[in-house]
Design a protein around this ligand. Structure first.
Ligand SMILES: [Fe+2]
Ligand SMILES: [Fe+2]
Length: 179
């Protein structure tokens, strides 16, 4: 909740900027968790970890693509870029330690973050539908990634991204349940 309050206050209605900055953070947990389970498989010399590793690395890749898409829509200012450097440095280390010691909590936390992301993208859609944010043409990279039509718009992109976030929420909650 306080995390959302911070984002709401800092970005206000600048949803494109909000998406850029938050997606740089969203790409971290899947990579950390996927890497850690990979290492666990190596040191235990045990099979059976493949599906989870691939799911988590795919999540990180998917979040990176969200960033590549939104960077076409909003250009971060220097302060936001500085915030990203600071956030990556702190969040990578924080999440790594959390994941090694309390993987269940770590997945649960990501599950909740992803639920917040769904809410943020729903608000972004409301802004577009109310005409407060221009419903521009979808960037090429987004059309390619989601196989959208030639005349797809930002609205279609946000709907596709939101569905990804819902998927991440479900996956992380179920990994929390099972770890
Ligand atoms: Fe995302
Ligand atoms: Fe996400």
């Amino acid at each position: 909740m306080s995390f959302r309050w911070f984002a709401d206050t800092f970005f206000a209605k600048r949803y494109g900027h909000r998406a850029v900055v938050l997606e740089t953070v969203a790409g971290v947990p899947g990579m950390v968790a996927g890497m850690w389970i990979h290492l666990k498989s190596l040191r235990k010399m045990k099979t059976g970890y493949g599906p989870d590793i691939r799911t988590l690395l795919a999540e990180a890749e998917n979040e990176r693509m969200h960033l590549m898409i939104f960077i076409e829509i909003a250009k971060p200012n220097w302060f936001e870029r500085l915030l990203v450097l600071f956030a990556q440095f702190t969040f990578w280390h924080f999440y790594f330690v959390l994941y090694v010691l309390f993987p269940k909590t770590a997945h649960r936390m990501v599950g909740y973050f992803e639920e917040q992301a769904v809410i943020s993208y729903t608000q972004y859609l409301e802004e577009i539908d109310a005409g407060r944010t221009e419903n521009i043409a979808a960037p090429q990279i987004a059309r390619d990634y989601y196989s959208l039509a030639e005349d797809a718009t930002l609205r279609d992109v946000v709907i596709a991204v939101r569905a990804d976030e819902q998927g991440h929420a479900d996956v992380n909650h179920s990994m929390a349940d099972n770890s």
